[in-house]
Design a protein around this ligand. Structure first.
Ligand code: FCA
Length: 325
């Protein structure tokens, strides 16, 4: 067999061997609230990336630390090469980093940045999240503009801050809204904190109810919080006290199905709007970045912060189109 032919065959065979030896790419996507429309949307977009790049996406809900650690072990057992995680508690960051290293899994965080025991972001874990303070400011500005459009005086309004301060991104979001409201003339004494036990609508409802009971002096209310789930809890609690669209004004964050359902109601509720953020960036782009990291060793940017747009019942179609959703 002429030398050139033998060489070509050899190269072809080694390429084949290499292709056969390269494990199929498997990527985990672990989220703290699998039932929440936001995370369902994130998974749907990550699935899109999996389809395009031909990798397997392993989606697991991790509502607590125990389920989280079991999920990471499960990924290793399935021979995954990496995972994207929004952890049930960001303070589990060191445990995530250690488990990933133990199993030689690449890891990046999404939405909630992982922190160490001192509350500092884990430097070795790339993160994609929202620009929390800036988006919070958009919520605040939306409340100021709509209150003024209704002829409401900020000095006469109660401002319900749905608080989940144990989560840094949640704290930053409400700090942004508050700074804009105060700069526009909202007296600090009118701010009412409603600390939520958990980041779901039920906990928000309970927290808001307590706040309304303690602060009967306000005839009109503003409400804001870390996301749509938090703000809808406040709106439902308000309805239980007779506060509706004409006496309460609330703006959330996310803009997923939760918000769209509220906008689809025959009559407008106190849920005036939300800052729409992109599950496409948080789902599809993170999955693509992880795939590139696994297949080409190109690591994602250490921190990527995404933006949002104020979406209301009136402009929802236009804003979703602008955000490519
Ligand atoms: C957090 C919230 C979600 C969403 C995400 C970007 O994880 O819980 O609702 O706002 O950040």
């Amino acid at each position: 067999m002429p030398r050139r032919g033998a060489l070509a065959l050899l190269i072809a065979l080694s390429g084949l061997a290499q292709a056969q030896s390269a494990e199929p790419v498997k990527i985990g996507f672990l989220v703290k609230q699998a039932e929440s429309p936001w995370f369902q949307d994130e998974w749907r977009h990550a699935e899109q990336a999996a389809k395009e790049k031909g990798f397997t996406l392993i989606k697991i809900g991790i509502p607590n630390g125990e389920k989280m650690m079991a999920a990471i072990d499960n990924l290793a057992a399935q021979k995954a090469q990496g995972f994207i995680i929004c952890a049930p508690d960001v303070k589990l960051g060191t445990a995530v980093e250690r488990a990933a290293r133990r199993h030689q899994l690449k890891v990046m965080s999404v939405d909630d940045q992982l922190v160490d025991g001192k509350g500092q972001p884990i430097a070795s874990i790339p993160h994609m999240g929202i620009s929390a303070y800036e988006i919070g400011k958009q919520v605040g500005q939306g409340l100021v503009d709509e209150a003024r459009a209704r002829g409401w005086k900020l000095t006469e309004l109660g401002a319900l801050r749905m608080a989940f301060d144990q989560l840094p991104t949640a704290r930053e979001r409400t700090r942004g809204a508050l700074d804009v409201l105060k700069a526009a003339g909202l007296p600090a004494v009118n701010v009412v904190d409603a600390p939520q036990a958990k980041s779901d609508t039920e906990s928000a409802f309970n927290a808001a109810n307590i706040a309304f009971t303690k602060h009967g002096q306000f005839k009109r209310w503003l409400a804001f919080g870390m996301n749509d789930d938090a703000v809808l809890g406040a709106v439902r609690a308000g309805e239980g006290r007779g506060f509706r669209q004409d006496t309460m004004l609330a703006i959330g964050i996310d803009g997923s199905q939760t918000a769209l359902n509220e906008f689809a109601k025959p009559a407008a509720t106190a849920f005036h709007g939300t800052v729409l953020i992109s599950p496409k960036r948080h789902g599809y782009e993170t999955a693509l970045n992880m795939h590139a990291w696994i297949s080409t060793a190109k690591a994602p940017a250490m921190v990527t912060l995404t933006s949002g747009m104020l979406m209301t019942r009136a402009n929802q179609a236009e804003v979703r189109a602008q955000m490519g959703l």
